[in-house]
Design a protein around this ligand. Structure first.
Ligand code: COA
Length: 248
């Protein structure tokens, strides 16, 4: 990690210093080293040469280097999420992406508060479930999907979570999506993934203009020689195939 910390810019270093706990400091450093490594591999710009901007709402984006992208590697969007020991990074080209990762065993998990943010129909779907564990998982599934979408839009929690809705399959999978008033139907594809039993991850990928032809999932650092990589092709009617690394 020592070498990779040299890649971080002043802003990232200042963020590292602000953390009170060592484990948070380490997690942030690993996440940002991973981000730089993956984007360096994608763009051909060295890790420490990558420059980031942020929107008014804090969404990071890659700034084009002076002289342009080395491999014509423009159009990259990415999104990062971290939650207690797990980092998730999504990288796409010529579309927008949002990702959210949550632990199912969070001690600060307050299902009522979470569900209180959802639409009446979503709240009804959850409260009809007899088993509390099932209710908690359903609540978390909806939350990760909503946050992934809100992050893809760059709005984060600034987007009211009862202004758009998901209809979910019982185990995994999005059956329907009702966008908020300022968005259109059919623009987004969603995927739910798991990494181990305790981690839920959701992806929101823009797919209105260019259909998604595959999602590569890596459970671990993607550049490791034996990282579990999977190439997945979506079904014709489902812009993003619903996939997951096997539960361990
Ligand atoms: C985006 C947001 C939901 C992230 O919450 P979180 O619990 O930290 O969630 P995650 O771990 O999943 O995501 C964090 C990452 O999302 C990215 N991110 C930050 N703001 C983002 C935004 N507006 N949209 C998308 N992604 C964003 C960052 O990469 C961040 O990681 P980093 O700080 O290590 O770079 C939350 O910060 C938010 O709502 N931001 C918007 C705030 C806003 O509207 N401000 C108005 C201006 S005052």
């Amino acid at each position: 990690m020592t070498l990779a910390s040299e890649w971080l810019d002043d802003r990232e270093r200042a963020s590292v210093k602000r953390f009170v706990f060592d484990h948070d400091r380490r997690q942030y450093s690993v996440a940002h080293a991973m981000l730089r490594r993956v984007l360096a591999l994608e763009t051909g710009v060295p890790e420490s040469g990558l420059e980031f901007g942020r929107t008014a709402r804090g969404r990071p984006f890659l700034r084009e280097p002076e002289g342009g992208w080395p491999r014509g590697a423009g159009g990259i969007d990415f999104n990062l999420s971290h939650c207690r020991g797990t980092n998730a990074l999504a990288v796409v080209r010529h579309r927008r992406v949002g990702v959210d990762v949550e632990r199912c065993d969070r001690r600060d998990f307050d299902l009522d508060r979470l569900v209180g943010a959802f639409t009446t129909e979503e709240r009804g779907w959850i409260s009809a479930m007899p088993d509390p564990a099932e209710r908690a998982r359903a609540g978390l599934r909806l939350w990760t999907l909503k946050e992934a979408y809100a992050k893809a839009r760059g709005l984060g929690l600034g987007l009211p979570f009862d202004s758009f809705a998901f209809h979910l399959a019982p185990g995994r999978g999005v059956l329907g999506f009702v966008p908020p008033d300022d968005d259109r139907d059919g623009v987004w594809g969603f995927a739910e993934l798991t990494s181990g039993r305790r981690t839920l991850l959701a992806l929101a990928v823009e797919c209105a203009h260019t259909p998604v032809t595959g999602v590569r999932v890596s459970d671990g650092f993607p550049w490791r020689p034996h990282a579990s990589l999977e190439s997945l092709c979506p079904e014709p009617d489902a812009p993003v195939h619903l996939v997951g690394a096997p539960d361990s």
